[in-house]
Design a protein around this ligand. Structure first.
Ligand SMILES: NC(=O)c1ccc[n+]([C@@H]2O[C@H](COP(=O)([O-])OP(=O)(O)OC[C@H]3O[C@@H](n4cnc5c(N)ncnc54)[C@H](O)[C@@H]3O)[C@@H](O)[C@H]2O)c1
Length: 358
């Protein structure tokens, strides 16, 4: 594909987050949005019209969109439990896919998505925009330099005091997961991408719903059927231990800080910034890596929006036929952990993580 020809992009699922995709797509002059679909009749049409794309056709299912519109790439912005059923036919039809996070609900769905991507030789990239966060990139590069020695322990921070969202996020049939799929998958990605995603081996976890099921804290308590808190111990290949915890609601302001512990140094990330700890000649050295800055994604010296970077890198990767900005194959381990957390919690015991062969 020559860079002068405009890329053709489709949108699958035209609910809340599709607007964040579209907002950036409409500013790129090397591509055009050529069609959309949503299972709710009229919703895709209304969405396209809102952005002035009155000539781009709208459909009520992904197969009709594929049949009628030639696309180079597509954004899958449906709710979590329909990511796989939309991404797979797109990949099979030769369309590169940017799929929203979490990658899927079940591990098997994620495996099927990666298989379809490999078979079709088309990209499957997952929508983790914090990958483009300036602070994260700094921490990733410090860890990649090897100064921490062997990293043997990781923990995430995060959690909300009161932050159960509404809509499809609390509907198990649509979201699959609660806080785990909404914000937990980001925390897993932050901790593990920095250390090249070691393979998860076992998970011992508890996922609970004390706030979502309590009328005092959540008006939709009667139908609430996902997790609002989870905690897990994950054993990973190479002797790495990962302590994960996440919350949508709790009587606390935070579940701590993100940390990477290595044999030669450590990094701590809080809401205020990041610190590096080491010893030099027997002296404890604590260095500030960076204070948290408000505008947190950069292209060289130019501040940009993480969302802009997420959409721009997808379009650029289509021009060059890869590599994927956030490879589906890597996020398979993220999905395997989420899947393991639910299985372990349900069985009330530690479970093994077995990832089917790709
Ligand atoms: N990256 C981020 O910051 C971010 C933020 C919010 C949501 N998300 C993710 O985006 C996804 C969508 O979230 P949302 O808040 O926009 O949800 P939403 O419910 O507002 O929108 C989803 C849309 O998909 C449509 N849909 C569902 N199944 C479909 C199918 N098979 N074919 C076509 N259309 C289908 C629904 O009718 C709905 O309009 C979720 O996976 C969520 O986790 C990501």
């Amino acid at each position: 594909m020559g860079t002068k020809e405009k890329l053709k992009i489709g949108i699958v699922g035209t609910g809340g987050i599709s607007n964040a995709h579209m907002r950036h797509y409409v500013t790129f002059d090397d591509m055009e949005v050529v069609g959309a679909c949503d299972i709710v009749p009229g919703k895709a049409r209304e969405f396209l019209d809102k952005y002035g794309l009155t000539k781009a056709p709208a459909f009520e299912n992904v197969n009709d969109l594929i049949k009628n519109v030639k696309m180079d790439g597509a954004s899958v912005c449906t709710y979590n439990t329909t990511h796989a059923e939309c991404a797979i036919p797109l990949l099979e039809a030769g369309v590169h896919v940017l799929c929203e996070k979490p990658m899927s609900f079940t591990l098997q769905e994620a495996v099927d998505m990666v298989r379809a991507s490999k078979k079709a030789k088309k990209m499957l990239t997952i929508g983790f925009q914090p990958r483009f966060d300036f602070m994260r990139k700094k921490i990733d590069s410090i860890i990649a330099s090897g100064v921490l020695g062997k990293v043997y322990y990781v923990q995430n921070s995060g959690g909300r005091r009161r932050g159960i969202p509404g809509g499809t996020f609390v509907d198990k049939a649509k979201a699959g997961y609660g806080s785990l799929g909404d914000i937990g998958c980001y925390a897993i990605d932050e901790c593990l991408h920095a250390i090249n995603y070691p393979k998860p081996l076992t998970v011992s976890a508890i996922a609970t719903d004390h706030f979502g099921k309590n009328p005092k804290y959540w008006p939709g308590y009667e139908t609430f059927d996902v997790d609002d808190f989870s905690v897990a111990l994950i054993r990973m290949e190479g002797g790495v231990t990962f302590i994960f915890k996440m919350s949508w609601a709790m009587h606390m302001d935070s579940l701590g800080y993100t940390a990477w512990l290595g044999t030669e140094g450590g990094i701590k990330k809080t809401r205020e910034g990041a610190m590096y700890y080491t010893d030099i000649d027997g002296n404890h050295i604590n260095s500030e890596v960076l204070k948290t800055i408000p505008f947190n994604a950069y292209e060289g010296d130019k501040p940009v929006d993480m969302w802009w970077a997420k959409m721009r890198t997808f379009v650029d990767a289509i021009h060059t036929n890869g590599p994927e900005p956030v490879p589906g194959e890597e996020i398979l381990y993220n999905q395997a952990i989420c899947d393991g957390i639910y299985r372990s919690s349900k069985l009330n015991q530690e479970v093994e993580i077995i990832i089917p062969k790709l």
